[in-house]
Design a protein around this ligand. Structure first.
Ligand SMILES: [Zn+2]
Length: 394
């Protein structure tokens, strides 16, 4: 190569590098702008565990966990569902107590920071609160064992402001089968159907994350309203029973529901899941242990489990794996039926998704994959708003 050709080549390389950098920053700017303007709703986050167990102050930006009010703001979140999760080990006799402790933790945050966060129950509340620049907080009970088989408790939790209930957690309960436990009912039993009807009547969203596929189908048959899967990913891409099959994705969409894609590495990446399963004795067995824990030890064991999830020591999958699940859900369920249900705080997540402040990377990733701004707005929150409006009436 002569000197002229070399110079030309170098000039071309420089030009290509500069123009690709320019388009990258252009796209970044477009993503940041879109993310700021869009209504962003995350339908599942476990932050209240840290508030209750560790006394976390959500008003202060922390290095601990994956979320607090400053990081939710940085992540552009307009409405956040806080999970009210009575660990299944509290069932059957202590679940309502744990549920109330977590609701109390939520109320504590609301009372401490009224200028930054407000409880929302309806889609109209979310719009009103988001317009003031504050965070709309919603509560979702995770695990039907919370109601201790009593519809009066369900009604009281709804009166306290709970917007959805996931019918099971990892445990099959007295009226619904879980995806990660023995089937007792082949889906829902008669009382389970009554629970769904009462939730419809109250205007409470029925959440099918965690339940078995038979339960999903029973719920869709009984429910008169669209249902949600608040935090579930796709079985076709990662073979974990917690993920939804294409059949379930389609069925939820046919009922006009929405699926919030879960960010947990063990649900999005097969290799991560396989490694996690290989270390089952250390991780999963501890989380799912069936032996009875004495009531006086329940709170200590809950704290130990939270610690275990913070660092299981497995290499993280790339962020692209998570975006693949959004792509797949859109392909199978349709663009009107996919949302975000991060399950953050605290879980192992793909590279780059370190905490909730990284949420704009989803918007950027979707733009890079060719999604239109209108479609991204649907995924970020528009779809969920439609379903919440139908469930609550406003
Ligand atoms: Zn969950």
């Amino acid at each position: 190569m002569n000197r002229f050709a070399l110079l030309l080549l170098l000039t071309m390389i420089c030009f290509v590098t500069v123009s690709s950098q320019q388009s990258a920053t252009g796209l970044e700017r477009q993503a940041a702008d879109l993310h700021r303007r869009a209504l962003v709703i995350d339908t599942h986050m476990d932050t209240l565990q840290r508030v209750l167990i560790k006394g976390a102050d959500l008003g202060v930006e922390s290095k601990d966990g994956q979320s607090d009010l400053p990081r939710l703001k940085a992540g552009g979140i307009d409405a956040q569902f806080f999970a009210i999760w009575p660990d299944p080990m509290y069932a059957p006799h202590h679940a309502a107590r744990r549920t109330l402790q977590l609701i109390d933790a939520m109320y504590g945050v609301l009372a401490r920071y009224p200028d930054r966060i407000e409880l929302a129950r309806h889609a109209a509340d979310i719009e009103r609160i988001a317009a003031t620049g504050r965070l709309a907080a919603l509560m979702g009970i995770e695990g039907g064992h919370a109601i201790q088989n009593d519809l009066a408790l369900l009604r009281m939790f709804h009166r306290l402001g709970v917007s959805y209930m996931t019918l099971t957690h990892s445990n099959t309960n007295d009226w619904a089968d879980s995806s990660t436990d023995k089937a007792r009912w082949g889906g829902l039993n008669d009382f389970g159907r009554e629970v769904v009807r009462e939730m419809n009547r109250l205007g409470m969203l029925v959440d099918v994350s965690h339940v078995s596929e038979e339960t999903v189908m029973d719920v869709l048959e009984v429910s008169t309203k669209p249902v949600i899967a608040s935090h579930s990913s796709c079985l076709a891409l990662c073979n974990h029973p917690r993920n939804l099959s294409d059949k379930a994705l389609r069925a939820i969409a046919q009922k006009d529901g929405v699926i919030g894609i879960n960010f947990f590495s063990g649900f999005v990446d097969q290799r991560y899941l396989d490694t996690m399963n290989a270390r089952q004795n250390d991780i999963l067995a501890t989380l799912n242990e069936k032996k009875a824990i004495p009531p006086e030890d329940l709170d200590r064991v809950a704290a130990e489990r939270l610690k275990l999830l913070e660092d299981p020591g497995i290499p993280r999958p790339p962020l692209a794996r998570l975006l693949d699940h959004i792509d797949h859900a859109v392909k199978i369920a349709g663009i009107d039926h996919v949302g975000i249900g991060s399950d953050l705080d605290t879980i192992p997540t793909p590279e780059g998704m370190n905490d909730v402040s990284d949420m704009p990377k989803i918007t950027k990733g979707l733009l890079e994959r060719g999604y239109s701004e209108q479609h991204i707005r649907k995924i970020l929150g528009g779809n969920f708003m439609r379903v919440l409006r139908q469930a609550t009436g406003r």
